[in-house]
Design a binder for this molecule. Structure first.
Ligand SMILES: NC(=O)c1ccc[n+]([C@@H]2O[C@H](COP(=O)([O-])OP(=O)(O)OC[C@H]3O[C@@H](n4cnc5c(N)ncnc54)[C@H](O)[C@@H]3O)[C@@H](O)[C@H]2O)c1
Length: 337
């Protein structure tokens, strides 16, 4: 018998990605799918085979779920997550954690008080290209003096709610949040943030950002993100510069490492991998189920998610005040190397 009876809240695009992976895990049985649109719950439940289609989180609780994936639109993550933690039901929340720091703080406190596991779905950390970058940095092979980060979106048309800041929380809570979280994961905590932003094509929000990040360990980085770039490849990239060395990623496909002067560069190209693996979803799902079954640390805790959200809000604060925002007073002016 499966060890984890699982429910899905929100039967949309990303739910399909997770359920296809979780169905392969023999420790898991997906027993329920809930959606406000009955036809969507029914269609996904049918695809899964073992799941009952229902209408709400309470219905999933009534089925006796041990864990829930919250895969509803952005502003609809917090309440179900809090309900799960209150009912001691493990919860995997899609990103973003919340769309305000006050709500993220509520989750942080609820997760600390609950015996249930909270995990935030930051799949980029487990994407093949970024695992390679992490290896090069964590081993000390590359000391990251400078980085250049780009995370554009092509449009805010699909799904339609991505253009509505009442539902997304704002453009930065959409795709750009992935690389904000990733920048902390790779370079450590951010000391300060300075951002210039504009509202160019979006009717009601900032959509164009040029950000400077200063990390406590000494790395400095630029981060640009624009909402309407038309999916020009690569819309997501990271370059890291060390001592005569460069790491450069292209999308979630390829990473080039040039280790030094007069040395051949090494290229890892992941184009053959299935996208669910290449994009990090397979590993993040496995680690969440491991945490439930084996009692290991979940891959992205509430504390970790809170810190990434604090960074995002500091960027908005700098964009609106025009001032540099200090996130930490520690290690003033000193690099770790
Ligand atoms: N980690 C990633 O790479 C990644 C990728 C895509 C989406 N996401 C995140 O996942 C979430 C969902 O995105 P999506 O693209 O699957 O959206 P989607 O619109 O395809 O699916 C959302 C589903 O939630 C349902 N829903 C809305 N309100 C509900 C409620 N109160 N109760 C139950 N169901 C409800 C909708 O009917 C819809 O079926 C978003 O927060 C998004 O940011 C993450």
């Amino acid at each position: 018998m499966a060890q984890v009876k699982l429910g899905i809240l929100g039967a949309g695009g990303i739910a399909k990605v997770h359920t296809a992976i979780l169905q392969q895990d023999e420790r898991v049985e997906i027993i329920g799918v809930a959606d406000v649109v009955a036809a969507k719950a029914a269609a996904l439940a049918k695809e899964i085979g073992t799941a009952k289609a229902v209408g709400s989180l309470d219905d999933l609780f009534a089925l006796g779920v041990d864990a829930v994936y919250v895969t509803t639109p952005n502003t609809l993550h917090v309440q179900p997550v809090l309900q799960c933690l209150k009912h001691n039901v493990h919860v995997f929340s899609e990103k973003p954690m919340a769309t305000s720091l006050a709500e993220a703080e509520q989750i942080r406190q609820a997760a600390a008080a609950s015996p249930a596991i909270y995990n935030l779905g930051m799949n980029r950390r487990f994407a093949s290209v970024y695992k390679r970058v992490k290896e090069l940095l964590a081993s000390g092979e590359v000391v990251p003096y400078l980085a250049q980060i780009k995370m554009n979106r092509g449009e805010l048309l699909h799904p339609a709610w991505t253009s509505d800041p009442q539902v997304t929380g704002g453009f930065l809570y959409e795709t750009p949040f992935h690389l904000m979280d990733l920048s902390r994961y790779l370079f450590g905590e951010v000391r300060s943030v300075l951002c210039e932003a504009r509202q160019n094509l979006s009717p009601s929000e900032l959509d164009t950002f040029a950000i400077t990040l200063t990390f406590e360990a000494g790395t400095i980085a630029t981060f640009v993100t624009y909402a309407h770039a038309g999916w020009s490849f690569p819309f997501e990239s990271l370059e890291v510069y060390g001592k005569y060395s460069t790491i450069a990623t292209q999308e979630l496909e390829k990473v080039m490492y040039a280790p030094g002067l007069q040395q051949a560069a090494l290229v890892h190209d992941f184009f053959q991998l299935p996208s669910a693996e290449k994009w990090g979803y397979v590993e993040e799902d496995r680690l969440f189920i491991d945490a439930i079954v084996n009692g290991t640390e979940p891959p992205v805790t509430a504390e970790d998610g809170f810190r990434s959200l604090r960074l995002l809000e500091a960027i908005y604060e700098s964009a609106t005040t025009g001032k540099k925002v200090n996130l930490s007073k520690t290690m003033e002016g000193k690099a770790a190397w």
